[in-house]
Design a protein around this ligand. Structure first.
Ligand SMILES: Nc1ncnc2c1ncn2[C@@H]1O[C@H](COP(=O)(O)OP(=O)(O)OP(=O)(O)O)[C@@H](O)[C@H]1O
Length: 255
């Protein structure tokens, strides 16, 4: 079966500002390879500076790779066409609430997403907003609410609604669940699992929360200094880590 996402030999370096030693290159990612199938969850773990955010930025087109390919459903992504992949890959960063415009009603915000990325008419857009709110356990009348009128759990659902209203195939969650309190996290995780079962959505979960990874990730990739040091199904990485770095990471959380 063709993978939904295939990342092949992806590398990215940044040039630092010119200092007394001239310009230097930071190799944020070197030769990254992995794949993700529909309906599956891949977790990416690594310490600060290991390249996790750079990888997310490459996948959503905020940054350009130096070399390598991103292949979506068998088709190489062209950097100039990233906007068309909006439908396929969506992302949620940490602190969802801060990314919502406090002066805009939720219905208007969702309508903007649809107007920007679809050719739906007004009626179709209203219909889609209703079904999306419902899918996420929200009510029709929430379309008239401003962000500050929602509770913490509901605001996460609103952020998910914005990401999912275009029916993407892949959702990237960059530390999106880390800051939530445990009971709220459990609620959102259950919702994500339910959505995955009903829609076949795939998740790329960027987090250092190993308990969460154990609970929901099918596969686990460990990044260290921009390189893949472990990549296998989650239980294999936990039980037989291939690198000292992964071994230390896993035993530190099991202590
Ligand atoms: N715009 C940039 N310019 C220069 N260097 C950068 C830039 N963005 C990231 N880097 C460097 O690239 C490396 C990888 O950074 P990245 O932010 O991807 O790591 P990370 O694993 O996501 O860390 P964190 O968990 O802190 O977000 C780091 O050494 C970082 O300093």
């Amino acid at each position: 079966m063709t993978a939904l996402l295939e990342v092949r030999n992806l590398s990215k370096s940044y040039k630092t500002a010119k200092g007394i030693f001239g310009r230097q290159s930071i190799h944020a990612l070197t030769d990254i390879n992995f794949s993700l199938h529909a309906g599956k969850t891949l977790a990416i773990v690594g310490e600060t500076g290991s390249g996790k955010s750079t990888l997310a930025k490459l996948l959503v087109g905020i940054e350009k790779p130096d070399t390598g390919d991103i292949v979506l459903a068998g088709e190489k992504v062209k950097i100039s066409h990233f906007r068309q992949y909006n439908h396929v890959i969506r992302f949620i960063f940490q602190d969802a609430e801060r990314t919502l415009n406090p002066h805009q009603k939720i219905g208007q915000m969702l309508d903007d997403v649809l107007r920007f990325s679809t050719i739906f008419n007004l009626e179709q857009r209203q219909q889609k907003i209703q079904t999306t709110l419902k899918q996420l356990g929200l009510l029709d009348e929430h379309a008239e609410y401003y962000p500050h009128m929602f509770s913490g759990g509901q605001i996460q659902r609103v952020a998910l609604a914005r990401a999912l209203i275009l029916d993407p195939k892949l959702l990237i969650l960059d530390e999106a669940l880390t800051a939530l309190d445990p009971s709220l996290r459990a609620q959102i995780v259950n919702l994500l699992l339910e959505l995955q079962q009903t829609t076949g959505l795939a998740y790329l979960l960027i987090t250092n929360h190993l308990r969460l990874i154990r609970h929901i990730a099918d596969d686990l990739l460990v990044l260290h200094q921009g390189k893949v040091v472990d990549y296998a199904d989650t239980m294999t990485v936990f039980n037989q880590p291939q690198s000292d770095y992964s071994r230390r990471l896993i035993s530190s959380t099991q202590a």
